[in-house]
Design a protein around this ligand. Sequence first.
Ligand code: ADP
Ligand code: MG
Length: 251
Amino acid sequence: MLEIKNLHARVAETGVEIIRGLNLTVQDGEVAAIMGPNGSGKSTLSYVLAGREDYEVTEGEILYNGQSILEMDPAERAASGIFLAFQYPMEIPGVATMEFLKVAMNAQRKARGEDPLSIPDLMKRVKHAAGELSMDLGMLKRPLNVGFSGGEKKRAEILQMKLLEPKLCVLDETDSGLDIDALKIVADGVNQLRSPDRSIVVITHYQRLLDYIVPDSVHVLYKGQVIKSGDKSLAYELEENGYAGIIEEAA
Ligand code: ADP
Ligand code: MG
């Protein structure tokens, strides 16, 4: 599904290199966790995957289903099934959440050669998915993310993910700002999406989320590189000993 080879990426404006020779492979159906201390480049990696224009890839390759995505703009990447749930979801004043979902879902359908959904069908799907995430349906009328609590924003991201049915999901610190009940609901939502033809990259700072979304692989990111990979036991090792040992080992 995803193969990242010797990726180097820098901030376009300043030329500061953040991703420095990163290698990562994620198989079809795999749930891969990316962990790492603050500032190691986790969010930057998610932005580079999504095609955010503030970053430049200077070397290396990102293959998605065997094809390079480096020349694709963010909309093309989204249409091809790549989805990013943001660490800090953006507030969009003036655009009701339901309206946003309608436009996004129909754009995905168009990209797949499908007809737009009828309004009743759309409402039914959105309400069903929102209900599964225990979201207050009143939120659907409010402008997207405006005044939402941290936890509500994260749920709104997962709602979008459920409705857009992406092939490659990248979740950036979806656990931050969630209390334990909300964490379980969000993790359930992600687990429902696990399927042999969908891959999920879970970026997290803490091992806690991985008790609920059990990963197939765990990768430690540090200074823009994957310095260690393992199975879920690596997450427990990190929880116990912190990153220092692994960083020293890699050095
Ligand atoms: P993480 O998500 O792992 O905490 P980030 O990817 O957010 O890390 O950031 C990695 C490093 O890159 C940090 O030191 C951050 O300050 C720096 N960085 C990210 N984006 C920019 C930018 N646009 N301009 C300058 N520095 C940036
Ligand atoms: Mg981050």
